[in-house]
Design a protein around this ligand. Structure first.
Ligand code: F6P
Length: 532
């Protein structure tokens, strides 16, 4: 595969970048038409791209690059079920999970839609039973609490979405444990009653060490609380692509909710992995989450690149990463309910595109996925925003919600005003003169951002937003020549941890040729300070 730098479309962008040396958002934003021209709406949501270091020519050159990399072709292959996850020879079809049930999407010649509809029906029936307290635990008491044990994509999506929609929870109380650190599961179990708790083991592979260890702790806790002879199966649910392993763990077949191997972990919240969310908000609201994502899928598939939100998000990210050498991207939701957004997008983006080797097995030779981080505003303003205003140039996404679900008008006005003031300050900056001659208060400005305004934070708009990020990551992966759907980076550490844990269990130090690791293991094993 040709390197990005070899594409003449990329070289045109390099020349254009040079020509933009004197571009400044302070002047650009003085053009009254710019906001309207560079804002893309989908329903009542808007994505304002006018605070970017871009002219119409920039956008058209970026779009040319997208065509040269055949973004549309790859997109269509993804939606049609082609095996674009080449290293694992799998289709990538999280979009099918939210497609119209009448769609015909085939993998190996078989339409996957009836199976998806069937799974959703089973999930809804089970959730209705739990939510209406028609199902009970081993001692006959109703289920009041649900503990989701999972990690990575089996935790981040459901945890983020359920936290964002907490105000509309009307089902059992949700709890999440992901870390293998025993403090996490101990703390979670300490507040729960085994008689009224449902433990969900969420793991696509049902082999992930952290999840299996925590699931075993939870099962022992159930046995201790309910007795050896209790029907533990009434307290267990599994969400997995490996039903045989879930059954071997003691989950009743009717409580195993599956999904296919073409659903990547970090794209799995739309599948059975979303069961905890459905338990908390109910099947109807869950359907609305899927509908929001479906509408963004439709937009991504049908809009011209000029008016295509994920394409614009992706291309502008490439512009900064590869032409301006900016290595990070910050997410700033001005809505406390989206506090975990950055954590969620972090896995989606960094596990997908944090790679150096392309689909053809060769080094791609260009910058790939940026460091994603973020915190809600206004807290972020009192933390790391100093660096974003003056220290480094980091493209930002501001996300705000117009209508809050509270009636504290002063708070909300202040929140939105801060959001708009931050992106304005980043773009416009402050001159020496405006700073009253105080050089410490000069802000060079010209710092790019997108502002996303959602009419309200309901399941539909949450689905819409998350699908936009998914497709942004997709677009970037195609431009960089990556397979965004595997994750070799986690394997090496996993393998080494296995050797070390086995050694530590026997009191031996498994870190040959590495004095630091050997010393650390010895310090953890032996309290007498002995050298190894
Ligand atoms: O971090 C690697 C990873 O494979 C993620 O992609 C995935 O979301 C997570 O582990 C959990 O995997 P599983 O659902 O199989 O337990």
């Amino acid at each position: 595969m040709d390197l990005l730098a070899d594409f003449r479309e990329f070289q045109a962008l390099q020349r254009h970048r040079e020509a933009l040396k004197d571009f400044h958002l302070r002047q650009a934003l003085g053009d009254r038409d710019r906001h309207r021209a560079m804002t893309i709406r989908i329903g009542e949501a808007l994505f304002d791209f006018s605070k970017h270091l871009a002219t119409p020519e920039t956008l058209s050159l970026l779009i040319r690059l997208a065509h040269a990399r055949d973004v549309a072709g790859w997109r269509d292959q993804m939606f049609s079920g082609a095996a674009i996850n080449t290293s694992e020879n799998r289709a990538v079809l999280h979009t099918a999970l939210r497609a119209e049930p009448s769609a015909d999407i085939r993998v190996g010649g078989v339409n996957v839609m009836p199976g998806i509809a069937d799974n959703l029906r089973r999930m809804a029936t089970f959730c209705d039973q739990v939510r209406r307290r028609k199902t009970s635990g081993a001692t006959g008491r109703a289920i009041t609490d649900v503990l989701n044990i999972g990690i990575g994509g089996s935790d981040l999506g459901p945890r983020f979405i359920s936290e964002a929609l907490r105000d509309v929870h009307d089902g059992p109380v949700l709890h999440f444990v992901s870390n293998v650190d025993g403090h996490a599961i101990s703390r979670a179990l300490a507040g729960l009653d085994p008689e009224t708790t449902l433990v969900i083991v969420a793991s696509k592979t049902f082999t992930t060490e952290e999840t299996m260890l925590n699931a075993a702790v939870a099962r022992r806790w159930l046995v201790a609380g309910l007795g050896e002879r209790a029907d533990l199966g009434l307290h267990l649910v599994a969400l997995s692509s490996a039903p045989d392993k879930a059954a071997a763990f003691g989950v009743k077949p009717e409580r195993i909710f599956g999904f296919a191997d073409w659903v990547g972990g970090r794209y799995s919240v739309w599948s059975a992995i979303g069961l905890s969310v459905m338990l908390a908000i109910g099947p109807e609201r869950f359907a609305s989450l899927l509908a929001g994502a479906r509408d963004m899928d439709h937009h991504f598939r049908t809009q011209s690149f000029e008016k295509n939100i994920p394409v614009m998000m992706g291309l502008l990210g490439v512009w900064y990463r590869n032409l301006w050498d900016m290595p990070a991207h910050v997410l700033l939701p001005y809505d406390d309910r989206l506090a975990r957004l950055a954590k969620y997008v972090q896995q989606m983006d960094m596990e997908s595109n944090g790679k150096a080797v392309g689909r053809d097995g060769r080094f791609v030779g260009c910058g790939t996925g940026p460091v994603i981080f973020g915190e809600p505003g206004t807290d972020s303003q009192h933390s790391f925003m100093q660096l974003v205003h003056q220290g480094q140039v980091i493209p930002a996404d501001f996300i705000a919600v117009i209508a809050p679900d509270h009636d504290l008008a002063d708070n909300h006005r202040s929140l939105l005003a801060n959001c708009f003031a931050q992106s304005r300050a980043l773009a416009i900056g402050q001159t020496l003169e405006e700073a009253g001659g105080d050089t410490g208060r000069i802000f060079s400005g010209n710092r790019p951002s997108t502002t996303i305004l959602l009419p309200q934070l309901d399941p539909y708009h949450l689905g819409l937003l998350l699908a936009a990020y998914e497709h942004k990551v997709f677009v970037q992966g195609i431009i960089w020549g990556l397979n965004s759907f595997d994750q070799p980076g986690v394997e090496l550490g996993k393998k080494l941890a296995k050797d070390i844990v086995a050694g530590m269990a026997q009191g031996t130090v498994a870190a040959q040729g590495d004095c630091s690791t050997a010393g650390l293991i010895a310090a953890a094993l032996y309290s007498d300070g002995r050298e190894v």
